[in-house]
Design a protein around this ligand. Structure first.
Ligand code: C2E
Ligand code: MG
Ligand code: MG
Length: 705
């Protein structure tokens, strides 16, 4: 936070005011003093001059007869003569008499030539004053006065000290004509003293007034300063508050930015880096590895059957599971390795290693081992496995995409090979992975595109009544619905290829539900046509069986077609029953619904007798591989015998599939097999062809009857 600017400092109003105000007051004081002094001096002079003028008039009135001859005396008259002349008329006594009761202390008389023709101080008689400015001015008719301070003065009554004197040169006129100049000295010491006292009083009064004014103003200014300071403090507080708010806003903003940044690069559920950060990291690691000529391993980790956990136990458990798996995987890895979640149940791990071919499988095995440990999540015990694909830099690719693609393909291979294992990438994987991915995309669109079709293969059973011609007769007893996919690009795709793909991708649930619905609808269509097909078999995938909604899907299909449950048989392969997690409860529920259950491809899944006894099944379907071996493999024949015997002892019926020859049929019938199915009788056919075939066989039956 920036500190408030201090550089200009506070404006000190009081100090500024006292400085300026004192200065101004001093200036005014000086001006006033000067003005008062000048004015009083001028006034003093004016008054003294007027008095001198008045006294002049008195002197001239009284003494003119004595003065006149003196003024008229020539410039060459000598001083002694002039003194004598004054003494003769007793002028000193006369002037002294006039001066005695006035302030005049000396009087002098000049003729127009500037000669001092008379002075009350006789020493001065005869002095030449023609250049004296006072005399010059007065001789021209203009009176002039001058105030002077004298330390000593020869007054008419004797020596005087320390006095102020105004001397006035005044013209002596007769009928307007200047005849001479008279100079009067007036003692103004008293006036000057009074003036000084007046000035002093004025000075102190004005000083006091000004100080009072100054003090008052100072108070006002101080108050103003306090108000200003308070306002400034308020302003600063507001500024600080604003700064604080701006600061915290900025902090909030950068926090939000960091959060956003984290969100953009991390998976919110597990907190692991996401695909974006993984790619960034791998790109950096790749250029490092390129420079240092080291190897790098990429491990793609995909959980097996995570989707089923998610679907059956809910997303909360699924989320908890992912977090738990992420923690476990992290615990296995070292600090320099990166673990990221790419989405769903896909994780990826970047290993920097000395020898990838040695290190990567060890790490992969550790990852598999940690995932496979049972987890306790929200009251459920869950056991899961993972499949890992490994690609190595630089052998399997140089770029992020190449390596990721290779690891993905290897992971897919691990899944196909049976899950819970790791696989190294091999170049041929890429091609098949790409082809598979393409096929998966097409498969997902197959239903909407109407590319899927149901074919039906007949099942037959021997007639119960003994034939009269000694030849055994067979009559149609049911049908198996088999899915067919015809795609414009891929052509006819056999179920062996697309069923597995649908199971891996999860599309099987959608496809299976469709097959169930179509098969049931076909049954009711046949019933409406008067074709009595006792039951129809539909193949059920392990993925369907593991879903909690399987019973509902079956019930819905039956309901939609208005078909009794007993008319539907579900074929489930033996290995599926052995491996599915919750097969038993699902089968029990289906059995409860009333549908028949059949174990398909029996003999290949090594199911134990004890287990078989637990299953709510009605039929065992002998796998085609054993039927093919009839007449060729003794072991196959004995297996068939054993299966039929076992079924009979458990109260189950038997069906043999893949019957292609009369010899196979003979053997099976001789062993007491209940139903047969195979190309010998009929291939899987579209509905119409199947109907025709069925009616043909029924007709022969009827005609025989
Ligand atoms: P499956 O259930 O064992 O079906 C019997 C398979 O044997 C069918 O192959 C059928 O055409 C074939 N077959 C029947 N008689 C003979 C014969 O005499 N000789 C020979 N060589 N083969 C015979 P298809 O239709 O190719 O189906 C293969 C497998 O695909 C099925 O085996 C079944 O497991 C699966 N499948 C087919 N349709 C579906 C379906 O709708 N859902 C599910 N989940 N699986 C299906
Ligand atoms: Mg089948
Ligand atoms: Mg089969």
């Amino acid at each position: 936070m920036p500190a408030p600017t201090q550089s200009r400092g506070h404006f000190r109003l009081t100090r500024y005011f006292s400085g300026v105000s004192l200065g101004l007051m001093a200036l005014v004081g000086v001006a006033l003093t000067y003005f008062a002094q000048t004015l009083t001096l001028h006034e003093l002079k004016f008054m003294a001059e007027r008095r001198n003028e008045a006294m002049t008039a008195v002197f001239l009135n009284v003494l003119w007869p004595d003065f006149a001859p003196l003024v008229a005396s020539s410039s060459s008259a000598d001083a002694a003569a002039l003194r004598r002349q004054a003494e003769q008329v007793g002028l000193h006594a006369k002037t002294a008499a006039l001066m005695r009761n006035s302030e005049i202390i000396k009087v002098k008389l000049y003729n127009l030539q500037g000669l001092t023709v008379y002075s009350s101080d006789p020493k001065q008689i005869g002095e030449d004053k023609r250049t004296n400015p006072g005399f010059v001015s007065a001789s021209q008719g203009l009176p002039q006065s001058e105030l002077t301070h004298r330390n000593s003065f020869d007054a008419f009554e004797g020596q005087r000290t320390e006095l102020d004197v105004i001397s006035s040169y005044l013209p002596v006129r007769d009928k307007g004509k200047v005849l001479g100049v008279i100079e009067l000295y007036q003692d103004v010491t008293g006036f000057v003293l009074r003036r000084e006292q007046l000035l002093m009083r004025m000075g102190t009064t004005s000083l006091a007034a000004m100080l009072a004014l100054y003090g008052l103003q100072l108070l006002l200014v101080q108050r103003a300063q306090r108000i200003l300071q308070a306002q400034e403090a308020d302003l600063q507080a507001a500024n600080r508050d604003l700064d604080q708010r701006v600061h915290s806003r900025t902090e909030e903003l950068s926090l939000a930015k960091a959060r956003l940044e984290h969100l953009a690069h991390h998976d919110p559920l597990t907190g692991l880096p996401n695909r974006l950060l993984f790619k960034d990291h791998l790109r950096r690691k790749l250029s490092q590895a390129q420079r240092s000529q080291t190897q790098l391993a990429l491990l793609f980790i995909d959980l097996d059957r995570f989707k089923e956990v998610n679907d059956s136990l809910g997303h909360l458990v699924g989320d908890a599971l992912l977090v738990c798996v992420a923690d476990r995987l992290l615990a296995v890895l070292r600090g320099g390795d990166l673990l990221a979640r790419l989405g769903g149940d896909e994780f990826v791990c970047v290993l920097s290693c000395e020898d990838a071919n040695l290190d990567a499988p060890q790490v992969a095995q550790k990852l598999l081992d940690t995932v496979v440990q049972a987890m306790q999540l929200q009251g459920h015990e869950i056991q899961l496995s993972a499949s890992v694909g490994i690609s190595i830099f630089p052998g399997d690719g140089l770029s992020v995409d190449e390596l990721a693609g290779a690891a993905d393909a290897a992971m897919y291979e691990a899944k196909r090979a049976g899950r819970n294992r790791f696989h190294f990438y091999r170049p041929e994987m890429t091609q098949s992975a790409q082809a598979r991915a393409h096929m998966e995309r097409l498969l997902r669109r197959s239903l909407a595109a109407g590319e899927m079709q149901l074919y039906f293969q007949m099942k037959l059973e021997p007639e119960s009544s003994a034939p009269d011609d000694g030849r055994r007769r067979l009559r149609p007893s049911g049908a198996e619905a088999l899915a067919r996919w015809h795609n414009a690009e891929l052509g006819q795709v056999p179920p062996g290829r697309f069923i597995a793909l649908a199971e891996e991708s999860g599309f099987i649930n959608e496809l299976g539900a469709w097959v169930l619905r179509q098969a049931c609808l076909q049954m009711s269509a046949w019933a409406k046509q008067g074709l009595r097909v006792p039951h129809i078999s539909v193949n059920l995938s392990v993925r369907q069986l593991e879903r909690s909604d399987i019973v509902e899907v079956v019930r819905q299909a039956l309901l939609e077609a208005d078909l009794p449950a007993a008319a539907l048989e579900l074929e489930i392969t033996e290995s599926v029953i052995m491996n599915a997690d919750n097969a038993l409860p699902a089968l029990a529920a289906l059995h409860q619904l009333g549908v028949r259950l059949s174990v398909d491809d029996f003999g290949t899944g090594y199911s134990s007798l004890a287990y078989l006894k637990l299953l709510p099944i009605q039929t065992l379907k002998i796998d085609r591989s054993f039927v093919t071996g009839i007449g060729e493999q003794l072991s196959d024949e004995s297996i068939i015998q054993a299966v039929i015997g076992l079924a009979r002892s458990l109260g189950l019926s038997t069906v043999a599939e893949g019957v292609e020859t009369e010899a196979q049929l003979d053997f099976l019938l001789a062993q007491g097999c209940d139903q047969v199915q195979g190309f010998l009788f009929s291939r899987p056919l579209p509905a119409e062809a199947f109907t025709a075939e069925w009616m043909k066989l029924q007709d022969t039956e009827a005609s025989k009857a």
